[in-house]
Ligand binder design. Structure first.
Ligand SMILES: Cc1cc2nc3c(=O)[nH]c(=O)nc-3n(C[C@H](O)[C@H](O)[C@H](O)COP(=O)(O)O)c2cc1C
Length: 320
């Protein structure tokens, strides 16, 4: 019932992608998602070349199903070297996040037969990566955990779907079957989830992160550029709030630079209650730790029941 073009493109059973998660999603989580019928995605942000090679090999010992590697374009040399490793190790699918990987990298991956899915925050970015050869596009709204743009998922997905010809995947603020159904209605052919997969048995997130997630409300995250220099949605904490507050009074680039140095140092030595981690607004809906299989199969089962219910309601309305 939920077999879409995304399933055919990626060779997966369900149209569900686990978004790459630095610090929360290593080989164990990635393999569990792929084994359960979705697409697991390994992160590379901040990791060394050896770590990426090891992660790919370790994931392959846990699953024979397709999985992807995410390349965050944090610099030309980094992006090119990670793409070269994906080509050499025959990784079948690559996603990219936080900005444009560049047409050279996309072309190299495409020439090697790699399927490329960039994550984009706007229609303009979607059109650019489609012109560069993207096979599908992940449109990610600002509700998402991690790097964000300025448009929410609800208006972003249909506008991207109208603008491009390739399949579109919805990301940001999706955590259950209602999110899948909404995404399909908006013109997407699949969903990418990050935050929901943190609260899983298989996620490699630290225990304090999982426990914090279970207590975080829908207003408990905020966007701050402290962690990476670009806007990141993460658990709202005293340090992030104070940094953003201080930034509003900072005029020069030097002042801003010294503020970020000061607050980053504080963050590194912070007690657990002041630590932060990327997390999305969907956090408010996550109240239990489940296995990856329970989440994926639960979404598909509940979506089928929801589709049935919507059909019934619309028929009853038509009869009145
Ligand atoms: C802890 C965490 C780490 C993330 N790291 C990355 C990353 O390394 N690369 C990337 O492209 N996206 C990253 N993301 C974004 C996710 O891949 C995904 O697109 C996003 O979480 C989807 O929104 P949701 O959190 O509302 O489900 C991260 C998200 C979280 C929560």
């Amino acid at each position: 019932m939920f077999h879409t073009v995304l399933c055919d493109l990626l060779g997966i059973r369900y149209p569900i992608i686990q978004g790459a998660m630095q610090g929360a999603g290593g080989p164990r989580l990635v393999a569990a998602v792929s084994e359960a019928g979705g697409l697991g995605v390994l992160p590379t942000f901040g990791g060394t070349e050896k770590e990426l090679r090891d992660d790919i090999e370790n994931t392959r010992t846990l699953t024979k199903r397709p999985f992807a590697v995410n390349i965050t374009p944090i610099g030309r040399a980094f992006t090119e070297s990670r793409a070269a490793i994906c080509i050499e190790m025959r990784v079948p699918i690559v996603t990219t996040g936080r900005g444009d990987p560049g047409s050279n990298v996309v072309q190299q991956l495409k020439q090697a037969g790699t399927i490329v899915l960039p994550v984009v925050p706007s229609v303009r970015h979607a059109l650019r990566v489609e012109a560069e050869g993207a096979d599908a596009i992940i449109a990610s709204g600002m509700e998402a955990g991690g790097h964000v743009g300025r448009v929410s998922t609800m208006p972003l997905v249909p506008q991207v779907a109208d603008a491009v010809k390739v399949p579109v995947v919805a990301a940001g603020g999706i955590g259950d079957a209602r999110g899948l159904m909404a995404a399909l209605a908006l013109g997407a052919c699949g969903i990418q989830l990050g935050t929901r997969f943190i609260a899983t048995v298989e996620s490699e997130a630290a225990d304090w992160v999982k426990q914090r997630l279970l207590k975080t409300e829908e207003t408990g995250t905020m966007v701050s550029s402290l962690m990476t220099g670009k806007p990141v949605r993460a658990f709202a904490t005293r340090i992030l709030r104070e940094y953003e507050q201080a930034l509003t009074g900072a005029g020069s680039t030097e002042e801003r630079g010294s503020l970020s140095t000061r607050y980053l140092k504080e963050l590194r030595h912070a007690p657990v209650e002041d630590r932060t981690m990327a997390a999305g607004e969907i956090a408010g809906m996550i109240r239990d730790i489940r296995t990856v299989r329970e989440i994926i199969e639960g979404i598909i089962k509940d979506a089928a029941a929801l589709a049935e219910k919507l059909y019934r309601v619309s028929r009853e309305d038509a009869r009145q």
